[in-house]
Design a protein around this ligand. Structure first.
Ligand code: ZN
Length: 171
């Protein structure tokens, strides 16, 4: 499997470098009024269009080439995540997750995220966060900081409605 992972890492790196080169060429072009119009067009597309393609499509890499987590060691997953973060970065995708979340949770989340249709920015950056802000279904499980926030809220009990019957709706 290590040999396969190495090849895959190389392929991802190749696409990342290629994209970097393209971006460098583009940034060498002088900024013009046209750029600003393109930027406005992109903002407009971003708010009005439904994205059609997922990251696998944008990166031109097959979904099937990524081995499932159970076939990989933690180290292999970590190196794949690093390579994926790089390829995300050159396509203007940034992601954040708590450092405590095990790689076995993060790796499948990366693969799932890449399967979702996304808008490919030329100017802006898409920030991706896998946390659902709702502990019972947050993919980070007990490792997420949203649990703490949730606990604090529960202590304060701002949602508690006193004096209502169990069957009665609280609104
Ligand atoms: Zn969370």
């Amino acid at each position: 499997m290590q040999k396969y992972v190495n090849q895959l890492l190389q392929d991802i790196k190749q696409i990342t470098l290629q994209r970097e080169k393209t971006l460098q060429k583009e940034s060498k072009k002088e900024e013009s009024k046209e750029d600003f119009m393109d930027y406005l067009k992109e903002v407009d597309q971003y708010v009005s269009e439904i994205p059609k393609h997922n990251m696998y499509y944008h990166f031109n890499i097959e979904k099937i080439v990524f081995p499932p987590a159970e076939k990989l060691t933690d180290l292999q997953m970590a190196s794949l995540i690093d390579a994926l973060k790089d390829i995300w970065a050159v396509h203007r995708f940034a992601c954040d997750y708590p450092a405590e979340v095990p790689i076995r949770i993060i790796y499948p989340l990366f693969l799932e995220t890449m399967d979702e249709p996304v808008f490919l920015h030329t100017y802006g950056v898409s920030h991706l966060d896998f946390c659902s802000s709702y502990p019972p279904d947050c993919p980070y499980k007990e490792y997420c900081t949203c649990q703490e926030i949730w606990d604090e809220l529960e202590d304060d009990d701002p949602m508690e409605v006193k004096g209502t019957d169990k069957d009665e709706l609280p609104f």
